[in-house]
Design a protein around this ligand. Structure first.
Ligand SMILES: [Zn+2]
Length: 120
């Protein structure tokens, strides 16, 4: 196997925890949208917390729906690590580049298939 699965397992578990925290935060603190950050001057504790949490993340989980999608993708990736199929494109069976996995550890397709998919 070409990829360092231990490293990615760790990454995925860390990321999973962050997504779980983000979802919990959304449920608890913000039933609506957290995109309304226009009032910069009223920086209370909550806003400061949100800003820090956002900076801590490379990926922007502004939408709860998106967080839950990511969470299931992460679970899928962890399952594939256990099965020994992690890092292989589910579409064409080619290895997914480590660069791509470093950016999106839960990626299921190689960059070529992803591009085809996006093109529709
Ligand atoms: Zn592929």
């Amino acid at each position: 196997m070409a990829v360092d699965v231990d490293r990615f397992r760790e990454l995925l578990q860390e990321e999973r925890q962050r997504v779980v925290d983000a979802i919990e935060y959304l449920h608890k603190e913000n039933p609506g949208s957290i995109e309304d950050e226009t009032e910069d001057e009223t920086t209370d504790d909550h806003l400061a917390e949100t800003a820090t949490a956002t900076l801590d993340r490379e990926i922007d989980y502004t939408l709860e729906e998106n967080s839950e999608n990511v969470l299931s993708s992460i679970d899928g990736a962890l399952a594939r690590i256990e099965q020994g199929t992690y890092g292989t494109c589910v579409n064409c069976g080619e290895p997914i580049s480590e660069e791509r996995l470093a950016a999106i550890p839960w990626a299921t397709t190689c960059i070529d298939c992803k591009r085809l998919e996006e093109r529709g």
